[in-house]
Design a protein around this ligand. Sequence first.
Ligand code: SF4
Ligand code: SF4
Length: 584
Amino acid sequence: MAQLAPYPFGALARRMFRELDRREAIFDLPARKFVLGDARRDVSVRFHGHVAATPFGPAAGPNTQLAQNIVLSWLAGGRIVELKTVQVKDDLVIPRPCIDMQTVGYNVEWSQELTLEQSLEEYVKAALLIRMLVASGRLPFAPGFDRTVFDMSVGYDLAGIRSERVQAFLAGMADATPLINRLRREIPSELSHLRDVDLPARISNTLTLSTFHGCPPDEIERIVDFLLRERQLSCVVKLNPTLLGRDAMRTLLHDRLGYTDLRVPDAAFDKDTKWEQAVDFVGRLGDTAASLGLGLGVKFTNTLIVENHRSVFPASEPVMYLSGTPLHVLAMNLVHRFRSTFGDRYPISFSAGIERANFPDAVALGLVPVTMCSDLLKPGGYSRGFGCFEELARRMDAVGAATVDDFIRRAYGAGGPTDISAAKLRNTEQYVERATADPRYGAERNLRVPRKIGKRLELFDCVSCDKCVAVCPNDANFAIALPRSQPRQFINFADFCNDCGNCDVFCPEDGGPYLLKPRVFVNRARWAADAPRDAILIEADAVTGRFGGVEYRGDQQSPYAEILNQLRDALLAPSEVNYVSASF
Ligand code: SF4
Ligand code: SF4
């Protein structure tokens, strides 16, 4: 079915705290990987007038789609959380799989897979869960380390953004009072002391605009002008890497980095915004924003459209969207070019191949926020945020920096400019030259695919490497103890699985955990709608399996009865914490 189904708020809150109590983890992220801040280093930054405790954040994408994704991104240190792009067309049919992380990172997914109304609710649920977590005092955050900005993302054209439903979404994010009140009532009784936690009615007043590849520049300008004037939102305009122009793109992508297999369709350069056009509209929109007392920034970059030359996505998809390592160099070159034109006049948000090794450099360039997506989809998943902060701490300590501004001044050697803007420009020049020549971004180091061991997955039993749990952006896969030959078994909570395919990429066995491991539902209607796929339905008083199109009940004799009952007992065992047990 591949259709995401949001989880009831009360059950989500129950699971979050139970898991913290019993397993020192939240949504399968171990507490030792939570980023809690350190009073010795202030890594806070300003974003459109708000203070955020860190410059780190998930990019609008698979890591900010469901409430639990957002909580996980936040636990990973994200304090500027770019919420997944919403648009008026909220009934998309997306080809599956839609994410290909075998090498550098490609996708064919785009905006929210939930409806606009569900998206609003998921974002408010996440904000409330985070406030509950902070208010509970259960996690030893450094002072002020909870300061968080939720940044909306909308697409893709002015007509859609002006539509009644997108406007209702924006109004709901501007004042979520009715929704917050309803969610408070859903908080289970054991957490009733957290029903009155403080949560501002305005969830967000900033927005990053996502436009279609090929969106005309005058349309981009009209949209941002509308959002500034009519909705009083501080805005970031996400720009396309094609802004580099054909020749510079070819030189970087093919000649310098060696990705000679990648072809950017000519039409992309013809239709996308040209450099001079971007310079013009940024200047005009910057003036408008300033006159309204609002902020305007740019984001480098959107993904890069390339021809679909691989075999992961259906051949019916002529193009796919590149992210990850090569995009880092392209986007950094655009940062350099932009700053060569505008200096430090406009804030720059960044997303392209951010990982542990280069996160501190992006911070040293004064980029805010530094957002991550592809890397969070690799083994370790959300815990990779922890690695980014470890590396930032190491680099800050090495130069004796206690704040981000200190770090910007000192990161690339003593004796640099004391003026913060001048230091950002110096760092940009140095880093972009270095990154462009660095073999870590070149094709030779990035075309190896994850190893397979030549064995096919079975319903139960596998090498139990755990990779499918962490690499799932939705935390759809989880492990339980089942009294069979392997101590741990891996289960797929079908309501959270959109068949993105990422767990298949990293599973050492063949077949795909999301396709071959037990797919569990707790809702009969959704289980029935999923037919004819194999799936298991757990209800308060029954368990039913569908295998090969035939239904088997746990209380009737069949080859599946024993395993169905074992599975149900294991999932609902009092000591267990999972989405199934939290549902009843
Ligand atoms: S279980 Fe696998 S296919 Fe499903 S959402 Fe998670 S990573 Fe994607
Ligand atoms: S299903 Fe695959 S990825 Fe998941 S634990 Fe088993 S072998 Fe590892």
